[in-house]
Design a binder for this molecule. Structure first.
Ligand SMILES: [Mg+2]
Ligand SMILES: [Zn+2]
Length: 217
């Protein structure tokens, strides 16, 4: 059975969540309060992103990229990424964040984004305000970019699903569709799925690579 590795970006490949870093720096409003509504299941991430990014009243790309350029990726992701290419495994980045900063961060770290699919939302700047456009149509979960629908498509195409993630937007696709789940230590995904027999806790990408290699051999 072919394997698809579905991987979250923020907080999984990066050491810090880019969206949170941007909001912390660009607005004084209480954007964290909106996250609590998502955690409680009152709203989906689509509504949350509209509310939170709407709190930024004025910004520029220069200001945004100054913050984005400080985001670091997990150093062990390089080896993992080279290994994925060498093994010719299907690798997809699924993000509820935005192409604009994902591509920038990968470029900053000299990772060729063209080697794999990146499914994320888009953002533009109109009169110094952020204008969001979402990757998938509205779904029952209220997702900005419905990771569930992307993973379901791969599963229906016959792929065995390896899911790597950390946060709230990873819970549904991992819990419902994954064959193996790698969840970042001490984060929402790991906490929520505690006790699930498919769950492997990871600290960095060398843990994941080691475990997948063991399973493939
Ligand atoms: Mg994340
Ligand atoms: Zn959805």
């Amino acid at each position: 059975m072919p394997i698809a590795i579905c991987c979250d970006f923020d907080g999984t490949i990066t050491l810090m969540d880019t969206g949170k870093a941007l909001l912390s720096n660009l607005t004084k409003e209480d954007w964290q309060a909106v996250d609590k509504f998502v955690i409680n299941g009152q709203i989906g991430t689509r509504e949350a992103l509209i509310k939170q990014w709407g709190m930024i009243e004025h910004t520029t790309w220069e200001e945004i990229f100054t913050i984005v350029d400080m985001i670091k990726i997990d150093p062990s992701f390089y080896d993992f990424y080279n290994w994925v290419i060498q093994k010719n495994l299907k690798f997809i980045i699924l993000s509820d964040g935005f192409h604009k900063y994902i591509n920038r961060i990968l470029e900053d770290h000299e990772i060729k984004a063209k080697s794999f699919d990146i499914l994320a939302n888009d953002v533009d700047l109109v009169d110094n305000r952020l204008k969001l456009s979402f990757n998938t149509p509205e779904c029952d979960h209220g997702c900005a970019n419905c990771k569930y629908s992307h993973v379901l498509k791969l599963k229906n195409e016959g792929y065995k699903i390896i899911y790597i993630g950390d946060g709230l937007s990873d819970i549904l696709p991992a819990a419902e569709l994954a064959d193996i789940i790698y969840a970042k230590k001490n984060e929402d995904l790991a906490n929520k799925l505690e006790g699930d027999c498919r769950l492997q806790i990871f600290d960095n990408f060398s843990d994941i690579q080691g475990d997948i290699e063991k399973r493939l051999s």
